[in-house]
Write a protein that binds this ligand. Structure first.
Ligand code: NAD
Ligand code: ZN
Ligand code: ZN
Length: 365
């Protein structure tokens, strides 16, 4: 198959057409990918912020049509439209049974680029090729467990709905599933890429009374206002902590970090009221640390510092739910997709992301 490949030597990604996809084993599904969004986590893999094994086909925000199914697959059939989820919630491991779907044991593929047994269905000239977050959406075909291929209605536009795969599940899920934001709450969102904009949308949906946003890129602050932000801060000229305290008179109920910088988590702690919650959504470099003094978090303050992985989503429950909200006009996917490019322009898409141009780029085959 054709795919954009990241070699162990690094950038740029190269387009190749000789990747071999294994036949689907029992319980597997092969999806012909139609569209895949570009996420900052892909960029972190490309620039080494989050090292991955290579060579690898990145991309994990994908939608397509089922091409073939392995023995025993009953949830989808060839011809079905699906969203591919980076976290193929198994539903029966220790974490799943306790409702912690974002840390399902099967989700290990997210970090290794392989199935849980260490294998990969992709190869090139006999050598293993890995898949970004267990998906590999920058390739023509993706082979995943059936639990990762969530069926959607036949009239769903794949080049729009694909953003559910990562940014919408992550952002809206962080608000509804992880934080459980309640109506009337005040919210801060730091970072307004695809993930941050999805958090803004989730906060509006949850009935937040104040949605304060912070991003150095003015066009992204303007875009956030269209998605429901009520107040905007430029962190390059304004002090975020004092601005948030002034706007809310004592701190927000919920602060979301959607940039990926340890120092911003420290900052977010100071922007929340006593009893408030700080949600870490951004994927900071593994060398970053959060240095906050414990007393600041617990003593007479009872703040809650929580992580959120793919919005704590159970994809088979949440993807249909998020699509229904989009169909009812409560979520806007089209407005987040500012660029569409053929897969051949994957490197240009990364350059746009680094320059803060647009919000989300969707690559198509
Ligand atoms: N938790 C998860 O499951 C999950 C899922 C997807 C992405 N992520 C991570 O979320 C983060 C955001 O992803 P994205 O695709 O939206 O990225 P993006 O590059 O599109 O957006 C990041 C935004 O942060 C802004 N920013 C930079 N410095 C800032 C600062 N000091 N204050 C405020 N804003 C600042 C940038 O201008 C940009 O608009 C990344 O770290 C990504 O790896 C996490
Ligand atoms: Zn992502
Ligand atoms: Zn599980």
């Amino acid at each position: 198959m054709r795919a954009a490949l990241l070699e162990p030597t690094g950038r740029p990604l190269t387009l190749v057409d000789d990747i071999v996809v294994a036949d689907p084993g029992p319980g597997d599904v092969v999806v012909k990918v139609h569209a895949c969004g570009v996420c900052h986590s892909d960029l972190s893999n490309v620039n080494g912020t989050y090292p991955v094994p290579g060579p690898i086909v990145l991309g994990h925000e994908a939608a397509g049509i089922v091409e073939a199914v392995g023995a025993g697959v009953t949830t989808v059939a060839p011809g079905d439209r699906v969203i591919i989820s980076p976290i193929a919630t198994c539903g029966h491991c220790y974490q799943c049974l306790r409702g912690d779907y974002g840390v399902c044991e099967q989700a290990m593929s997210v970090t290794t680029g392989t199935f849980i047994d260490g294998s990969s269905p992709l190869s090139r000239a006999g050598a293993t090729v890995f898949r970004g977050l267990g998906v590999g959406g920058f390739g023509e075909y993706s082979l995943v467990h059936a639990s990762a291929a969530v069926r959607i209605a036949d009239d769903t536009p794949l080049d729009v709905a694909c953003v559910i795969g990562c940014s919408i599940q992550t952002g809206v899920g962080a608000v509804l599933n992880t934080a459980k934001v309640t109506p009337g709450s005040t919210v801060l969102v730091m970072g307004l890429g695809g993930v941050g904009i999805a958090i803004v949308q989730g906060a509006r949906l949850a009935g937040a009374s104040r949605i304060i946003v912070s991003d150095p890129v003015s066009a992204r602050r303007d875009a956030a206002a269209r998605f429901g932000a009520t107040d905007a801060i430029d962190p390059t000229t304004d002090d975020v902590i004092s601005q948030v305290l002034a706007i809310t008179g004592g701190g927000v109920d919920y602060a979301f970090e959607a940039v990926g910088k340890g120092a911003l988590v420290d900052q977010a702690v100071w922007t929340t009221r006593p009893g408030g919650m700080i949600v870490m959504v951004g994927a900071a470099p593994i060398t970053d640390a959060v240095t906050i003094n414990p007393a600041v978090v617990f003593m007479a303050s009872e703040k809650k510092l929580v992580g959120s992985f793919l919005g704590s989503c159970n994809s088979r429950r949440d993807i249909p739910r998020l699509l229904s909200l989009w169909r009812a006009g409560h979520l806007d996917f089209e407005g987040m997709i500012t660029h569409r490019r053929p897969i051949d322009e994957v490197n240009e898409a990364f350059a746009d992301m680094e320059a803060g141009v647009g919000i989300r780029t969707v690559l198509t085959f």
